[in-house]
Design a protein around this ligand. Structure first.
Ligand SMILES: Cc1cc2nc3c(=O)[nH]c(=O)nc-3n(C[C@H](O)[C@H](O)[C@H](O)COP(=O)(O)O)c2cc1C
Length: 208
């Protein structure tokens, strides 16, 4: 049994089926490096996107998935915990057990819509619903282009409820040289929102 007090505050990270799986995978690695415990939820569509966009091979069984992510990121035993899509007994499914912060990265427009309307049809949607009802930190990283009125209205609804919409829209002013530089641009923004120190890239106004 892992000593959970050995970790910094837990953060829930959900990967859904929008393009940009790399952002979510890199976020998990950075949270692990910062010694946070990470509760991971991966949708079925996200598994397809990961297989399409990356060379990372991840099993769907939650125990085996935890092990695979632990191997990838060098996490300590118990630092990464994965849960199945209908595991209603998971800590994230209740206000009494859920972490104080949740990031959906990347966030599909389907999950965005479900969260905005409180559908709670799977564990990712339920965990986001819990974050909203408990007034906890909820960050959504949507990726779609162009956005429809439905997407924009859902984003406005969620912003008004206190969630942060942080679109996967990397800037170019830091002169990215590699894909990793562009991924880190977004992951740095997420870590800034979470108040977690990092050295991925300097903040605006800081020297390089
Ligand atoms: C390779 C691939 C790329 C996709 N890219 C996007 C995308 O960028 N944005 C989006 O909202 N949906 C995208 N989709 C569609 C979603 O995966 C689909 O709507 C799915 O139902 C979302 O389910 P989820 O929210 O449970 O993960 C993509 C699907 C695949 C297979």
């Amino acid at each position: 049994m892992a000593d959970e007090t050995a970790f910094e505050k837990p953060v829930t990270v959900a990967l859904t089926g929008a393009s940009g799986a790399q952002y979510g995978l890199r976020l998990i690695d950075c949270l692990v490096a910062a010694r946070h415990q990470v509760l991971v939820l991966i949708s079925k569509a996200a598994q397809m996107v990961i297989a399409t966009e990356t060379d990372v091979s991840l099993p769907s069984n939650p125990e085996r998935l935890s092990e695979a992510l632990k191997e990838r990121s060098g996490a300590a035993p118990g630092q990464i915990r994965c849960f199945g899509r209908e595991d209603w007994m998971a800590p994230v499914a209740s206000g009494s057990g859920a972490p104080s912060a949740m990031v959906i990265c990347p966030c599909s427009t389907g999950t965005l819509s479900a969260v905005a309307t409180g559908a709670s049809n799977n564990l990712i949607e339920r965990a986001a619903d819990v974050a909203l009802k408990e007034r906890r930190q909820l960050i959504l990283v949507p990726r779609e282009t162009p956005f429809s009125a439905i997407h924009l209205e859902h984003m406005l609804t969620l912003t008004r409820m206190g969630a942060v919409i942080l679109p996967a829209a990397p800037g170019f002013y830091h002169r990215p040289q590699t894909l990793d530089d562009m991924i880190d641009f977004i992951v740095a923004r997420i870590l800034n929102q979470l108040g977690i120190a990092h050295t991925l890239m300097p903040r605006w106004g800081e020297s390089t």
